[in-house]
Ligand binder design. Structure first.
Ligand SMILES: [Ca+2]
Ligand SMILES: [Ca+2]
Ligand SMILES: [Ca+2]
Length: 712
């Protein structure tokens, strides 16, 4: 298969200007990347680590001599002030401390990487596995996609060897494919592989198994009871498919408090069974006039045990310094309520979303001829004329949610003992709070897969023996460096975990076991409201954790840093939704399907079409398509195909008589689109496929064709 090297990626490593941004470290460790420091901490002294040293000038003779005395030189460069060394773990720190070394990082495996995996840090986390886990790509973990179905033959899911391990329909339409087009894109955000366009559209967990639970019909709608049946089925079949994660990218108006809302209760039941449930916050962040709205979190995103996800806009760039919360992403607090005997409404007012992830104008797998792309042709990606490879744009918290679901799968592959509460705690603690956005817009911040998988790997695996205050990390694991570098810029982890109405902070959250990490409790149970004051729950939070300064009080008044006011009055720069202004009850809606009477109809459509900014880049797939065979005689078959590649040196023609063992029979020149296969045996079936050869690697194979030569 194609081996792809992206040279810009490889060359970028030595040029990262990290040394000035990583602070508060001792002298030599400030010159080492965070993942290198952790790797040294977890290696024996003689374990070998391949590292890239950035040097102030060409590597000095003294440096090379020092390297050779303890290890070896793996690679030198002509034009780049760097050198690659293979060193024992015990020697790296001393080498890094040298004045003729600027910075040391792991020689990370180079490969093609997609925007989603790069900007979240998932690409870095791939190498954080152990000999027992292998590459961190979701292998062995089942993610249930409750949505509009999945086009299972898309090559992003493995084509004929699909990773969609089972499909079931709860809509009554008796089909499990994806005529609406939403579920396929959602599944790809979580788990697309790198088979299209050099991996430009790779998802977060590209080898996870997908469980296709169809609860939205061919127009993107469903009922609450469909969804509950889907969740119920996942609980029943949890062991059969190792379902560790459920993705719910739809919602309905939040009316009832979560403790009465039947969809929330079903989510809680899955959570209590040990399943991580990721739920979209909704696209109700603005009204039809574009005014910013608070309080638009949909059900079941209001459920405290769920990981509720808002949508960030990456502007298509891997670096995060330009990232923002999208205009449409639903903001907290949650507005489910119950009414007492005096007729007074009591609102949940929980902090949500829990975190945000990329969700604007993402290019991912397209279900052929689907409803969305048919009605909104601007969503077409035109990446390939092969339906198994084509891609489309979609935007919304529906897309951000499976990005987090994929991340949860990576954490669970790295450390299968994690509870749903710990998965959520790690995702929140390691998140990257964006400047300029408040807690009710971004929760703990922007998803950081690099930090989350690294931290997950340090957590002990015998959690069931832990009590409050037990060490949380493995006995040989030091505390992690709470910094991550993505796209050349470093950021410090947010370091907080969301409670119902406030945050808790402190390193003891990741060094000491907390009662809120167990089963049978909620992660948000760590603080109590007593006489209008938030207090730590001493049986669930250890000493050393700090509460934030009163974010939100319970009864619907209150709030954070002077931003939120009482019911229905203005927030600093937005309005709080009044009751019942959203949708009709009882209907589940995926993005863009909105009751026509809603004041949010135009806004919801705008959300699906995305904030109109620079977006994820469309990379055409170079794989040859439309391979066709014409029988010419008893000894000749002629082939034609479509050239989709711009930089090939030629095409390889492959032939088989059993459709299994193919051998190369010819190599053409560039831009050639036909070939005559001669010297064949009469009355015999031949199979053909072709691929393009380029300087940076080979394309994927074309479709396979077969033909039978004429009788003599
Ligand atoms: Ca960006
Ligand atoms: Ca198409
Ligand atoms: Ca060409």
């Amino acid at each position: 298969m194609a081996i792809v090297l992206v040279f810009s990626h490889m060359a970028a490593i030595p040029f990262l200007d990290l040394s000035s941004k990583v602070v508060a470290q001792s002298n030599s460790s400030s010159k080492m990347s965070a993942d290198l420091r952790d790797k040294i901490n977890h290696s024996g002294p003689q374990d070998r680590i391949q590292v890239i040293l950035r040097t102030p000038a060409a590597p000095s003779k003294q440096l090379i001599a020092a390297a050779k005395s303890s290890g070896s030189v793996a690679r030198t460069f002509q034009n780049i002030k760097a050198i690659t060394l293979n060193l024992p773990a015990s020697a790296v720190t001393a080498i890094a401390a040298r004045s003729d070394v600027n910075y040391v990082s792991i020689d990370r495996p180079t490969k093609s990487t997609g925007h989603l995996e790069t900007t979240t840090g998932a690409d870095q986390a791939r190498s954080y596995g152990t000999s027992s886990t292998g590459t961190i790509d979701g292998t062995g973990i089942g993610i249930a996609i409750l949505d509009s179905g999945i086009y299972t033959n898309h090559s992003s899911f493995g084509g004929s060897k699909t990773r969609v391990v089972t499909s079931i329909d709860f809509t009554g339409e008796n089909r499990t494919d994806d005529p609406y087009g939403h579920g396929t894109h959602v599944a790809a955000c979580a788990a697309a592989n790198n088979s299209v366009s050099w991996g430009a559209y790779t998802g977060i967990a590209p080898n996870a198994n997908l469980i296709n639970v169809r609860v939205l019909d061919s127009t993107g709608q469903g009922t609450t009871s469909n969804a509950i049946a889907g969740i119920d089925w996942c609980i029943t079949n949890q062991a059969a498919y190792n379902i560790r994660v459920i993705n719910i990218s739809f919602g309905t108006t939040a009316v009832d408090t979560y403790s009465n809302d039947p969809l929330c209760l079903a989510v809680r039941r899955a959570f209590d069974s040990g399943i991580v449930v990721c739920v979209a916050a909704g696209n109700m962040g603005k009204d039809d006039l574009g005014n910013k709205i608070y309080g638009g979190i949909v059900s079941p995103g209001i459920e405290p045990s769920a990981i509720t996800v808002g949508a960030a806009n990456t502007f298509g760039s891997d670096y995060r310094t330009d990232d923002v919360v999208t205009t449409y992403s639903s903001r907290g607090p949650t507005r489910g309520y119950w009414t007492d005997s005096l007729g007074v409404n009591h609102y949940d007012d929980l902090i949500k979303p829990d975190l945000i992830a990329p969700g604007n104008l993402l290019v991912e797998a397209e279900s052929p001829g689907n409803y969305l792309v048919t009605y909104y042709p601007t969503l077409e990606g035109n990446v390939s004329n092969a339906s198994q490879k084509d891609q489309m744009f979609l935007s919304g918290t529906s897309m951000a949610t499976p990005v987090v679901a994929g991340a949860a799968a990576l954490l669970l592959q790295r450390n299968p003992s994690l509870t749903p509460n710990l998965v959520k705690a790690i995702l929140e603690y390691t998140a990257d709070p964006l400047a300029g956005f408040n807690t009710l817009e971004q929760g703990a911040g922007l998803l950081n897969v690099e930090g989350a998988v690294r931290l997950a790997g340090l957590v002990r695996t015998d959690l069931s023996s832990c009590v409050l205050g037990s060490p949380l990390l493995c006995s040989t694991c030091g505390a992690p460096t709470q910094w991550t570098t993505i796209g050349g810029a470093s950021f410090q982890w947010g370091g907080g975990i969301i409670q119902k109405w406030d945050f808790v902070y402190g390193s003891s959250l990741i060094t000491s076991y907390q009662g809120i990490y167990g089963t049978g409790v909620l992660l948000t149970d760590g603080t109590l409201l007593a006489n209008g004051t938030l207090l730590a729950n001493g049986t669930l939070l250890s000493n050393g954790t700090l509460l934030s300064n009163g974010t939100l009080l319970a009864d619907g008044t209150l709030l954070a840093n002077g931003t939120l006011l009482a019911n229905g009055t203005l927030l600093a720069n937005g309005t709080l939704l009044a009751d019942g202004t959203l949708l009709a009850d009882g209907t589940l809606l995926s993005d863009c399907v909105i009751a026509s009477s809603s004041a949010f109809a135009t806004a919801a459509l705008a959300a699906m079409l995305g904030d109109k900014t620079v977006c994820m880049k469309v990379v055409k797939d170079p794989t040859p398509t439309n391979l066709a065979a014409t029988v010419m005689s008893a000894s000749q078959i002629n082939l034609t195909w479509k050239d989709n590649c711009t930089n090939e040196t030629g095409y390889k023609i492959m032939r088989s008589t059993n459709n299994s063992t193919f051998t190369t029979i010819a190599t053409t020149g560039a831009n050639v689109t036909s070939f005559s296969s001669t010297g064949l045996t009469a009355n015999t079936t031949y199979y053909y496929k072709v691929y393009a050869v380029t300087a940076s690697g080979n394309t994927d194979y074309s479709n396979t064709v077969s033909a039978v030569t004429k009788k003599k």
